[in-house]
Design a binder for this molecule. Structure first.
Ligand SMILES: [Zn+2]
Length: 166
């Protein structure tokens, strides 16, 4: 692998077209992760280099063909296997910043008021959340509802350390 251990900061990623599900989970855990499935490998490698991101790929040929500065070949087939693999490989701290990024577009979320939430949520929603977070880029709303327990349970499967703290 061409990846070099170099920083105490959380790693930033660029996922290739085969890693969309994993990109979403990395974002949910707060890791800065780009994913543009329609760009070709050459552009993907250029963007990853320019933005100094670790390129995550499932394509065995890509590291040799495109020579990105930092690349990691993901071996797992399923999203949960891939997440476990990345947590181990990059020592990802899952408790640092979960639920701080938009899972759709990678923007950092900001808190939003009950009034703002009301405008975004369906009018007929029973017991609408009182507060939550909003994505400044795509306008998507996030709140700590009953679904969060399911998400956290899945995250616990990515890391034994996270499972113990949850
Ligand atoms: Zn968004």
């Amino acid at each position: 692998m061409i990846y070099n251990e170099c920083t105490t900061q959380a790693p930033r990623f660029y996922c290739d077209a085969m890693l969309g599900g994993t990109a979403r989970w990395l974002r949910l855990l707060g890791f800065d992760t780009r994913f543009h499935p329609s760009i070709d490998d050459k552009v993907l490698a250029q963007h990853a280099n320019l933005e100094q991101r670790i390129l995550l790929t499932r394509d065995k040929r890509l590291p040799d063909e495109q020579r990105p500065d930092r690349v990691y070949l993901v071996l797992g087939n399923k999203v949960d296997e891939q997440m476990r693999e990345l947590v181990t490989r990059f020592h990802l701290n899952l408790t640092a910043t979960p639920f701080s990024r938009c899972s759709c577009c990678n923007q950092r979320l900001r808190p939003c008021s009950p009034e703002e939430m009301k405008l975004k949520l369906p009018a007929d929603m029973t017991s609408p959340p009182q507060a939550g977070f909003i994505c400044p880029a795509c306008g998507r709303c996030y709140w700590m509802g009953s679904h969060v327990a399911r998400i956290r349970q899945r995250m616990a499967g990515f890391s034994d350390a996270f499972a113990m703290e949850s």
